[in-house]
Design a protein around this ligand. Structure first.
Ligand code: ZN
Ligand code: ZN
Length: 147
């Protein structure tokens, strides 16, 4: 099945509680590495193509709500659990880390390059305009001479 449409849908319909009596393939949680017990209950990912991993219920919830860039993907198999909009992805990635000095420098130089590019285009346009004026002027002169 395709990834869930969003995070809320995923947490409500794609996590199924696993009773401790049921056989589960892994006996400890891949997120916190602890064994399951009555305070650390396992849930299985269901109805997602390629992923049926089991995690501690609290662990997976805090993993998802940590909102880091990959919190919509399984930490074990990288299967996409639910879709994030571009907006969410952006706010997630900015929430996960502060912009570093390099980020700002990069953004700054990108902006600078854009501005330089723009100025260059304007300059070229001006030159082209000047040239066309000159040609026009020459034409007039030529015309004048011939006349
Ligand atoms: Zn856990
Ligand atoms: Zn998985």
């Amino acid at each position: 099945m395709a990834p869930a449409t969003d995070r809320t849908t995923f947490t409500t319909s794609n996590l199924r509680a696993v009773t401790l009596q049921n056989k589960i393939h892994t006996s400890n949680c891949a997120i916190c590495q602890e064994n399951y017990n009555k305070n650390h209950t396992p849930v299985r990912i269901v109805d997602i193509a390629e992923c049926s991993h089991v995690f501690g219920s609290d662990c997976i919830n805090s993993y998802i709500h940590a909102l880091h860039a990959n919190s919509n993907k399984c930490p074990l198999c990288r299967a996409v659990w639910y879709n994030v909009t571009r907006q969410q992805a952006l706010s997630q990635s900015t929430a996960s880390r502060r912009p570093t000095r390099e980020d700002r420098a990069q953004e700054w130089s990108a902006r600078g390059a854009e501005e330089r590019e723009h100025r260059l285009q304007v300059r070229e346009l001006e030159l082209a305009l000047m040239e066309s004026h000159l040609e026009y002027g020459d034409a007039w002169e030529d015309f004048g001479d011939d006349y």
